[in-house]
Design a protein around this ligand. Structure first.
Ligand SMILES: Nc1ncnc2c1ncn2[C@@H]1O[C@H](COP(=O)(O)OP(=O)(O)O)[C@@H](O)[C@H]1O
Ligand SMILES: [Mg+2]
Length: 303
């Protein structure tokens, strides 16, 4: 048996989540994210930019749970309707959920429990909703060892979710928003409110949280590529907080993921910009002069 520690409500103790090391990493992560927000604003076509990064995230996030699909299969599935293999479909659904969540935020500026249920339902495509039956545990696939037992009772799950939402929707909370993002992500994964799709739903909540807090205008920062590359650390650190209440290493991990993926997205935007201007120059030289900037953008980035 592994020791079962009851999941605490938010917020955690300040001294556990605002250590010197965390604050040091926070300033690097905030700087990178601020640069990303700025450079994204200089892109003329925001929808194009979102499209260019969302599909990659949908693939990466689904891959964390080993739903492997190749990029080619994905683009094919977007282009052709009809029956698709389930794995591809899950990636497409994930992308759909990101867009739906973004639309909800534009409309109402916050999320309710039923919105989170809607996101998860979009990803998983079933109506099971919040767990009502006991028995869900997190297991190590290889060793079959139970690594974590989330709350089992529906009443407790709902109570923890309402506490989670109170903190998710407040933009002036106790802690700086990026620290809070890390805490909220841990909390959501540990409540583990659904039978399946908790990881993917939780990662979409991360993106939307950045938008609620005006750290980004559009959903273009995704931690999944980093988490994929450092997957066992991710699981190990979630587990450490489950068992010990020691937050430092876990929070630094998430902050670092924010710094690194922000920088990656900045590079990506810069290469999109270069590609655009090169293509426009080539198109301008062509006869007859059919060139229009929008046409070039359309050719390059429509999905
Ligand atoms: N020890 C842990 N404590 C809390 N959450 C965990 C732990 N280990 C893994 N997780 C989370 O659980 C997720 C997997 O849950 P699951 O419902 O299958 O989501 P999905 O189907 O989207 O992968 C992981 O992606 C991770 O975010
Ligand atoms: Mg799963």
């Amino acid at each position: 048996m592994h020791p079962i520690k009851k999941l605490d409500k938010l917020p955690p103790k300040r001294e556990k989540v605002e250590t010197l090391e965390i604050l040091r990493q926070l300033s690097k992560s905030s700087k990178a994210l601020g640069e990303l927000k700025g450079i994204a604003q200089t892109m003329p076509n925001q929808a194009m930019l979102i499209n260019a990064v969302v599909l990659q995230e949908a693939k990466d996030s689904s891959e964390i749970e080993n739903i492997i699909t190749t990029q080619d299969e994905l683009y094919k599935a977007l282009a052709t309707k009809g029956k698709q293999p389930t794995q591809v479909k899950e990636v497409i659904n994930y992308r759909k959920a990101i867009f739906a969540g973004h639309e909800l935020l534009k409309k109402q500026g916050f999320l309710r429990l039923k919105d989170i249920e809607f996101l998860q339902k979009t990803i998983i495509e079933n109506n099971a909703g919040i767990r009502t039956m006991a028995g869900t545990v997190l297991k190590n696939d290889k060793t079959e060892e139970i690594v974590y037992t989330p709350p089992q009772e529906k009443g407790e799950i709902l109570d923890l979710l309402s506490n989670f939402l109170d903190h998710y929707n407040i933009t002036q909370d106790n802690f700086p928003p990026l620290i809070n993002l890390a805490i909220l992500h841990y909390q959501f994964e540990s409540i583990h409110p659904f039978y399946d799709g908790n990881g993917r739903t939780g990662r979409i909540l991360n993106i939307l949280y950045l938008i609620i807090n005006e750290l980004l205008d559009i959903p273009i920062l995704y931690l999944s590529s980093y988490i994929n590359e450092n997957k066992s650390e991710y699981y190990r650190l979630l587990n450490t907080v489950n068992k010990t209440d020691e937050w430092e290493e876990y929070i630094i991990y998430i902050l670092k993921a924010i710094e690194i993926t922000s920088n990656r997205t900045i590079d990506k935007i810069n290469s999109i910009k270069n590609l655009l201007s090169k293509t426009i120059i080539i198109a301008q030289k062509e006869e007859p002069k059919i060139y229009r900037k929008e046409l070039v953008e359309l050719l390059l980035f429509s999905t």
